[in-house]
Design a binder for this molecule. Sequence first.
Ligand code: PEP
Ligand code: MG
Length: 325
Amino acid sequence: RQEQYHKLRDLPAVTRDGVEIELHMNAGLLVDLQHLAETGAQSVGLFRTELQFMLASRFPKMSEQERLYRSALDLAAGKSITFRTLDIGSDKVLPYMTQVEEENPALGWRAIRIGLDRPGLLRTQLRGFLRAGAGRPLRIMFPMIASLAELEAARAILDREIAQLKRHRREPPSELKVGVMVEVPSLLFEIDDICRSVDFISVGSNDLMQYFFAADRDNKRVSRRFDPLAPPFLRALKQIADAARAASTQLTLCGEMGGKPLEALALLAIGYRSLSMSAAAIGPVKAMILSADLRLARALVMARLNEKSTGSSLREGLAQFAEDH
Ligand code: PEP
Ligand code: MG
């Protein structure tokens, strides 16, 4: 199997009916970057910067952050990296950060919420990105944004750092793209505005699903009760894809869902053309894409999503389809 996937490495991910799909890789540590060449991934679609913070015994200094980001960009050798600002809190705790007791940590003080309340922390990280990205293209993404107002507040902090960079006559990135993770359901109700305000969006289906169904993603008792291939969730995902297309905003999905062949097939069917996943998932997903007739898959999925009565998950139908084709 592994060898088979290796043979696919240099083939473009194109469906049998000629639709090209971008496959990107998720990473968080420098060692992950060797998989870029191994898998043939187009870029790092999600760099989880909290890994460095979780492994450290104190807050990494700006210079340490900058060094990591620069090394990552060097190792990526011309492929782009989408750096996500710190996503701590909830399940990701930093032992050296004052612990706040919360009844519902997943709904609490985490990710961009901490960044906006402790702007020094966010500013330091953004400065690290900007310095590491001097003279080359840079992509920055904000996690757990729940409203346009939060996005604008984060963006304002970034703009201040960019102005600071200029004042110090430091070389800026050759190109800066700013994006947002779509992983809180409230964003779906202002998704058009969100799409118009950024260069790209990336769907965090792990968290989006957890908040969509109100089911803890790490609690097996409830997380398995819900299926990402259920029509209501697919409709929500399609709404995001439609909005991104209408606004000509780049769209990716970077949750676990995109790394599972059947789920990935459903995503292609509702309009996704770019997926970011763990390195190990790229081979199996590419194999699926090479054997898929997207026109047929789309007809099957859309027929189900347009039915008056919602019905159950599309899993069985898609599994049968995959077997038949
Ligand atoms: C997600 O929520 O889908 C995601 C990609 O981010 P994380 O798993 O790091 O929360
Ligand atoms: Mg998330």
